[in-house]
Design a protein around this ligand. Structure first.
Ligand SMILES: O=P(O)(O)OC[C@H]1O[C@H](OP(=O)(O)OP(=O)(O)O)[C@H](O)[C@@H]1O
Ligand SMILES: O=c1cc[nH]c(=O)[nH]1
Ligand SMILES: [Mg+2]
Length: 208
């Protein structure tokens, strides 16, 4: 599996803000928004472009646009904090939604929402979720996509654990990963160490 770690100094600075336990919900959301721009920028770097003629005030020249904009799929809740920024960068993208909550005992994803186009054949997909921990939620989401014909999936995550990367690699699913950091490990509760805590709670407040 291709893995790209975006370790640009500005990305590291935003991630540091997100990691800091003193960062409040609003500042955490702002840092995630800004980090998302950097991750999506890198994720789109090699996408095919279509050429079009453009008239500047001075002359005619060749212009460019994405030939086949990806479907954006935020994984609720935490991925919602990446959705608007990704959409601003790719305004003609369509968006689908998946809602998952990880069971705190079993660490298995429990699905509660799914809104995706019927067919994804020939369409690249960007899955937006700040956290790749065990990898169970991401693998579940990607299977929803491949069941609809997707063969080109990019997982965009602020943080990834080695265990989650291995899970995706072992799954054989057609995915590449863009992340700002590969952290050390998971703890006994399935949290990424050093991590940043619960990315949903850090943005929107605790539900339990
Ligand atoms: O790799 P995994 O072990 O599956 O864990 C990662 C998942 O955990 C978090 O969501 P959570 O279940 O906490 O839901 P939330 O976004 O509503 O907080 C995160 O946003 C991922 O979706
Ligand atoms: O560290 C973790 C692991 C899973 N989900 C989170 O939000 N944080
Ligand atoms: Mg959560």
């Amino acid at each position: 599996m291709d893995v790209l770690v975006v370790d640009h100094p500005l990305a590291r600075a935003r991630l540091t803000t997100m990691r800091d336990a003193r960062t409040d919900n609003a500042a955490f959301r702002a840092a995630l928004h800004e980090l998302t721009v950097m991750l999506v920028y890198e994720a789109t770097r090699d996408l095919p472009v279509a050429e079009e003629r453009v008239h500047t005030p001075v002359a005619r020249t060749t212009g460019y646009r994405l030939a086949n904009p990806p479907l954006l799929v935020p994984v609720l809740r935490a991925g919602l904090g990446m959705a608007d920024q990704a959409h601003k960068l790719i305004p003609d993208a369509q968006m689908g939604f998946v809602g998952l909550a990880r069971d705190e005992e079993t660490l298995q994803p429990t699905p509660y929402m799914e809104s995706l186009p019927d067919s994804l054949a020939g369409r690249p997909v960007f899955v937006l979720d700040p956290m790749l921990a065990t990898g169970g939620s991401m693998a579940y989401t990607i299977r929803l996509l491949t069941d609809r014909g997707a063969t080109d999936v990019t997982a965009i995550c602020a943080l990834a654990a080695p265990e989650g990367i291995k899970h995706l690699e072992d799954s054989g699913l057609p995915v590449r990963l863009i992340t700002a950091s590969i952290d050390e490990r998971l703890n006994d509760s399935g949290f990424i160490v050093p991590g940043l805590g619960d990315a949903g709670d850090r943005q929107y407040g605790a539900v339990h």
